[in-house]
Design a protein around this ligand. Structure first.
Ligand SMILES: *[C@@H]1O[C@H](CO)[C@@H](O)[C@H](O)[C@H]1NC(C)=O
Length: 305
């Protein structure tokens, strides 16, 4: 095979050949990511940031075809090493907001099954590899906390994983750091070892919706992750599911679970685009974890894909 074709194939293997499944409001890519978050800059370019050493950055002109352009921290992120327990370890579950010409990126540093975890904040005006400034630590946890500081979602920082569930702390929109040390409980499960994480709060109409991932991530085709939701008129609590069960008592209405050849969807983020609300997430197939993109319809008051 000519050399240029081999390089092209390699490039496609790395960036993922995105394809669109034309169905009712559904677009699914096969770009290899975990815990994706999506932003769009003022020129209309889409960005997906995802779990990786240094945090991977992918861009797309059309929200369908994605190109890996590099990492947020190409020179490593030594300030996270004491939480990842290694040099240049995986940085988890980034959360991106694009506001007034700036990318605000929150991300977590931890290791599997550990409560020695931290959430950090970075900023950039271009979103390009190496352009992000380290704005430092936002909050951290240790085994003396009953929750875990992973899965940031701002400006209300909702965080947490397993242990005592999903918590919330408030952030100052001017500094991006905590504006108070008060910790509020948003959701908790006792079933399945309390497996709940990847929280994201999203407002539509008069409700705030709290999305979480239940059960187990990152086990290939044995992953059991599924996306759940509850809603409240306040962003700071009393979220209930569609049957009226409080999210703090194990409530959560299923939005997306394993179906067809899509296994363990979760690690989701929500984003309002010109054509409506978009949910991005990862799912597994036998060949790895990939970017999923669905439109969500909130017209009944509950998100339906
Ligand atoms: C609510 O969701 C619908 C999609 O179902 C979207 O078209 C609309 O813009 C959203 N409204 C707000 C205020 O976010």
């Amino acid at each position: 095979m000519p050399q240029f074709m081999r390089s092209l194939l390699l490039l496609l293997a790395f960036t993922g050949v995105a394809y669109a499944v034309v169905g009712p409001g559904t677009v699914t890519g096969n770009t290899a990511v975990a815990d994706p978050t999506m932003c769009k800059d003022s020129s209309g370019t889409y960005y997906v940031f995802s779990t990786a050493p240094g945090i991977e950055i992918r861009t797309s002109p059309d929200r369908t075809a994605w190109t890996l352009i590099g990492t947020v921290f190409p020179d490593g992120a030594s300030w996270t090493d004491q939480y990842t327990g290694t040099s240049n370890g995986n940085l988890w579950a980034p959360d991106c907001t694009y506001l007034d010409g700036q990318f605000y990126l929150y991300y977590a540093a931890s290791s599997f099954g550990s409560q020695n975890s931290a959430i950090f904040f970075a900023k950039s005006s271009t979103g390009q590899p190496g352009s992000f400034t380290n704005e430092g630590l936002v909050t951290s946890t240790s085994s003396s906390n009953n929750y875990n500081a992973i899965d940031p979602n701002n400006w209300i920082l909702s965080l947490g994983s397993f242990w005592a569930g999903i918590k919330e702390m408030s952030l100052s929109s001017s500094t991006g750091k905590l504006s108070s040390t008060t910790v509020t409980s948003l959701a908790q499960r006792t079933a399945d070892s309390g497996a709940i994480e990847a929280s994201v709060i999203f407002k539509n109409g008069s409700f705030y919706y709290l999305f979480t991932s239940w059960d187990l991530c990152c086990k290939g085709v044995d992953s059991t992750y599924n996306i759940r939701v509850g809603r409240s008129t306040s962003p700071t609590g009393n979220f209930v599911d569609q049957s009226g069960v409080a999210l703090t008592s194990g409530g959560g209405t299923l939005v997306l679970g394993t179906h067809d050849n899509i296994i363990g969807p979760g690690g989701q983020d929500l984003f309002l685009d010109n054509d409506g609300v978009i949910m991005v997430y990862h799912y597994y197939t036998a060949s790895g974890s990939f970017l999923g993109i669905n439109r969500l319809d909130f017209s009944t008051g509950w998100p339906v894909r």
